[in-house]
Design a protein around this ligand. Structure first.
Ligand SMILES: Cc1cc2nc3c(=O)[nH]c(=O)nc-3n(C[C@H](O)[C@H](O)[C@H](O)COP(=O)(O)O)c2cc1C
Length: 361
């Protein structure tokens, strides 16, 4: 690969960090719907707050809290620094960490280091490799998958599905034909579990069922309500003077299944573990995710902001989320993560209607 191609990739990767950091590309018209989940206050928790235990298991590994660093970056100098800070924090806190799409890492050794820094700084952590579904359709092979897994000595491989993003992205790949068959091939051929995620538009019950049937080990709904990739790509398309794409980006900025609704869709359909992500911004929303049946939660944008600052800022963020989760557990009377699922809740407004439509089918 020549230097020019590497420069193009590096520029795209830098924009993929700088736009979410410097511009507001969060959901504009709607929310993640967690405000429509009401947990029932327990006035008699019969618990000592200090005894509350947030540790949990996921894919046969033990973690201190059900919070992971969602897949984000790699492929540039800024990505190297961010990945380093995220990895140091993940190692210190014993939480899982995802890296960003690794296609760039296969192109050059120099770019590979922006991902492998994560394993270097987090030698005992649960690390998740990452590649896009659109790449699978384009011929990304099992050998390639083994290479990106090896690049970070990954404990799992994440395949992200991002048709909305590819549609708006100036250089996007819009052929998603054959992706499910390729995912089936990967789940059979690889030694590590395969996790499938969206990137902010959510997963429906029908899609979740198909993915479980082809052998996927866990799903991350990554629903609507947080970072909008239609938004990021709209700004990039505008800067590149691609008027049609920019117009599409504007129209579909707020497209997607709100995270809480996606969670209801997916947990009602499958028995594999489900990760809630997409606009999760505090420990109360983490608690609500677990009450609705998620096994784990993930955040991207808040950790990006923290990692752009320092490793300590990432640690501080996880600690404050953990305190808020513990407060939620105390107020619903759940001593540990398993007991969170027993808590009663009420769905109101649009989320209740969403649940009704799910039950009606
Ligand atoms: C800077 C940035 C880069 C991202 N890159 C990837 C990626 O390479 N692969 C992926 O699966 N998801 C990627 N995502 C999507 C996130 O993992 C997540 O699904 C989405 O941002 C919603 O979470 P949030 O609202 O907490 O940001 C990225 C998100 C951000 C903010």
């Amino acid at each position: 690969m020549d230097k020019e191609d590497i420069n193009v990739i590096t520029k795209r990767k830098e924009e993929g960090i700088k736009i979410p950091l410097e511009k507001n590309v969060q959901a504009r018209e709607g929310t993640n719907y967690f405000e429509y989940v009401k947990l029932i206050h327990n006035a008699l928790p019969e618990l000592d707050f200090n005894d509350i235990d947030t540790s949990t298991e996921f894919l046969k590994h033990k973690f201190s809290v059900p919070i992971m660093i969602d897949s984000m970056t790699g492929g540039s100098d800024l990505a190297f620094k961010i990945n380093e800070n995220l990895a140091l924090a993940a190692e210190e806190l014993n939480i899982p960490i995802g890296v960003g799409s690794q296609r760039a890492g296969l192109k050059s050794e120099m770019l590979a280091q922006t991902y492998s820094i994560v394993r270097e700084k987090a030698p005992s952590s649960f690390i998740m490799a990452n590649i896009g579904g659109a790449q699978l359709a384009k011929g990304f092979s099992i050998e390639d998958a083994k290479k990106i897994i090896d690049m970070v000595k990954a404990n799992a491989l994440i395949i992200h599905l991002n048709p909305l993003q590819e549609l708006i992205q100036p250089e996007g790949d819009t052929n998603f034909k054959g992706v499910l068959d390729k995912i089936r091939e990967f789940t059979k051929a690889l030694d590590v579990p395969v996790i499938v995620k969206e990137v902010g538009a959510g997963i429906s019950r029908e899609v979740a069922l198909k993915l479980e049937l082809v052998g996927v080990s866990a799903l991350n709904v990554s629903g609507y309500g947080g970072t909008s990739w239609a938004g990021v790509e709209q700004l990039r398309a505008e800067a590149a003077n691609m008027k049609e794409k920019a117009e599409l980006g504007r129209l579909f900025w707020d497209w997607g299944i709100p995270t809480a609704a996606s969670l209801l869709e997916v947990v009602s359909a499958v028995s594999i573990p489900v990760i809630a992500s997409g606009g999760i911004r505090n420990g109360l929303e983490i608690g609500k995710s677990l009450v609705l049946g998620a096994s784990f939660t993930a955040l991207a944008h808040p950790f990006l902001q923290a990692a752009a600052e320092s490793k300590d800022a990432v640690i501080k963020k996880v600690k404050s989320l953990t305190l808020e989760l513990k407060a939620t557990m105390f107020l619903i009377g759940a001593k540990d993560v398993k007991r969170i699922k027993e808590a009663r809740y009420v769905l109101i407004g649009p989320l209740r209607e969403w649940e009704r439509s799910l039950k009606g089918k």
